[in-house]
Design a protein around this ligand. Structure first.
Ligand code: C5P
Length: 336
C-alpha cells in the first residue's frame, strides 16, 4: 500500500468543497445545425462571481448519491454531476461511494451554466477527494461528453467557445467588471430555444448559417483584437473609468445574443428586464445563453449597487456581482 492509499484509508470520508461559479455569454451567434443535432456556435464565455457550492465525499462502498434541497434539481442519473462522476470514476480507476451535495444558489435552467458548472466542480472535487488527477485533455473530453457548456469551466475567466460551445480557448482576461444579474422566475429550455431558432431563421434569411458564422467570426476576432490591443499594447496603464475598460469597449461595439430574437417574443417580460437594466444605467445588457437570466455590465460597483436597488423596487430579482478573471477563478474555486 503506497502513501496515498494510506492517507485515503485513514480519511475515508474526506469532504472537498468547491465553488461552482456561473458564466455569462458576451455575445452568442448560432450557426448551422449539424448532423448530430447540435448547432455550430460562436460565443465568448465569461465567468462571474455568483456560484453554487458543491461538496463531494468518497466513502466506502459503491454507488453515486446526489443530494440537493432544491426540488427542481434531479437526483437521478440525469443529473450532470451524476453523469460526470460515472465517467470520472472509470477514468480515475477509483472505487467508492460518491456523495455529491449541491447547495443551489443559481437559478435552474437560467442560462448561467449552473448545472454545467456543478458538474465540473464535482469533477475537480472528486479528483481531490480521491487524491488522483486526470490529464487536462481527459477532463476536457469527459466534460464535453456531459454537455456543451462544461469545458469552459475547466478554463475560467474569458473563454472563446466554438464548435457546439465545447471547443474552448482561453482569451486574455478583461479586468473584473461590475455586473448586475436579473433572474426572472421562468426557466427556458435550451433545446427548445435552438429548435425555435431553426424555425424562425429558416423563414427569415437566405444566408447559409455556416457563411454567417464565418462572417461573424471575422467580425468578433476584429473586435477582440481591438479590445485587447487597447488593453495590452497601448503602452498606457489601464486607468479606472468608463472609456478605459476594454470589456465595455467590446460589448458596446454591438455584440449580440442570437437567442434574444426567439426568446424575447415568447417571454416579453425578459425584453422588459433588459430594458430595465439599460434604464438603470447598464452600459450593456443582454440575455445570458438561452436565458432566462439577463445581465448588465456597469462602469463601477457603485453604479451597479444603485441599479440593483432601483430594479428591486420595480419588482425584479436583481443582484450585484462582478466578472471573475481566470486567476481569481482558480484562486477561489476550492473552499478551505
Ligand atoms: O450540450 P447540452 O446538453 O447543453 O445541450 C442541450 C441541448 O441543446 C442539445 O440536446 C441540443 O438540442 C441543443 N444544443 C444545440 N447546439 C448547441 C448546444 C446545444 O442544438 N451548440
Amino acid at each position: 500500500m503506497g502513501p496515498h492509499a494510506l492517507v485515503y484509508y485513514n480519511h475515508p470520508s474526506m469532504n472537498v468543497t468547491v465553488r461552482s461559479f456561473a458564466k455569462i455569454n458576451l455575445g452568442l451567434w448560432i450557426g448551422a445545425p449539424r448532423e448530430d443535432g447540435f448547432h455550430e456556435l460562436l460565443t465568448v464565455y465569461q465567468t462571474i462571481g455568483l456560484h453554487d457550492v458543491i461538496r463531494v465525499r468518497v466513502e466506502r462502498g459503491s454507488g453515486i448519491e446526489i443530494r440537493c434541497d432544491d426540488p427542481r434539481v434531479p437526483r437521478d442519473e440525469s443529473n450532470t454531476c451524476f453523469r460526470i462522476v460515472e465517467r470520472a470514476l472509470k477514468s480515475l480507476r477509483t472505487k467508492g461511494r460518491i456523495v455529491v451535495d449541491i447547495e443551489k444558489r443559481l437559478p435552474v435552467q437560467g442560462g448561467l451554466g449552473g448545472a454545467s458548472a456543478n458538474a465540473v466542480a464535482t469533477l475537480l472535487a472528486l479528483e481531490r477527494a480521491s487524491r488522483k488527477s486526470l490529464p487536462f485533455a481527459e477532463k476536457l473530453r469527459i466534460a464535453a461528453e456531459v454537455g456543451s457548456d462544461l469545458p469552459l469551466f475547466l478554463v475560467g475567466g474569458t473563454v472563446l467557445g466554438l464548435g457546439r460551445g465545447e471547443r474552448v480557448f482561453p482569451l486574455p482576461d478583461f479586468p473584473a467588471t461590475p455586473c448586475v444579474v436579473v433572474t426572472p422566475e421562468v426557466g427556458v429550455s435550451t433545446a427548445k430555444a435552438f429548435a425555435d431558432w431553426d424555425r424562425v431563421r429558416g423563414k427569415l434569411t437566405p444566408q447559409p448559417a455556416s457563411d454567417r458564422i464565418n462572417e461573424l467570426g471575422r467580425e468578433l476576432s476584429a473586435r477582440l483584437g481591438e479590445a485587447y490591443k487597447r488593453q495590452f499594447y497601448s503602452g498606457a496603464p489601464l486607468r479606472r473609468g468608463r472609456a478605459e475598460n476594454p470589456l465595455l469597449d467590446l460589448v458596446r461595439t454591438g455584440i449580440q445574443n442570437d437567442f434574444e430574437s426567439v426568446v424575447f417574443p415568447e417571454y416579453p417580460d425578459l425584453r422588459e428586464g433588459k430594458r430595465a437594466l439599460e434604464r438603470a444605467g447598464a452600459k450593456y445588457a443582454s440575455l445570458s445563453g438561452s436565458g432566462s437570466t439577463l445581465y448588465g455590465l456597469f462602469v463601477s460597483r457603485k453604479a451597479a449597487v444603485t441599479a440593483v436597488a432601483r430594479l428591486r423596487k420595480q419588482g425584479w430579482a436583481a443582484q450585484v456581482t462582478s466578472t471573475v478573471a481566470r486567476q481569481a477563478y482558480w484562486r477561489r474555486i476550492f473552499v478551505g
